[in-house]
Design a binder for this molecule. Sequence first.
Ligand SMILES: [Fe+2]
Length: 134
Amino acid sequence: MVLIEWSKDLELGIPEIDKQHRKLVEMLNEFYTELEEGHKQEAVEHFLKNLEDYLSFHLDYEEKFMEEIGFPETEGHKKVHQMFKKLYAEEKNRYLQGDTKALRELVAFAFSWLFSHIMKTDRKYADFLKEKRG
Ligand SMILES: [Fe+2]
């Protein structure tokens, strides 16, 4: 697995949301680096909790944002978020139940999900907003 480098391709042109996406990428990079270097269980659990909190803050923020701009596909987008949260929770539980491989899978999954989600799904409300603003 490789770290994600922030690039212009990931920018949606919505400053607050770009900032949050950037922070998520940073958190995942940090987490992955920590895993590579060996880690204490306590630190990992702390990190998992932080990541989960920030993710849920971010996804809620996005959902409110889509509602505010009147994005017509908000409901479908919310379902995608719910599915992600469910998968994240499942991987986390697997780890907490003693499956050590689940941790790397969780980070890898969160990375690839975030990347393609920003590029494909989030881009849709950004394009909608651009068009609306003209
Ligand atoms: Fe999203």
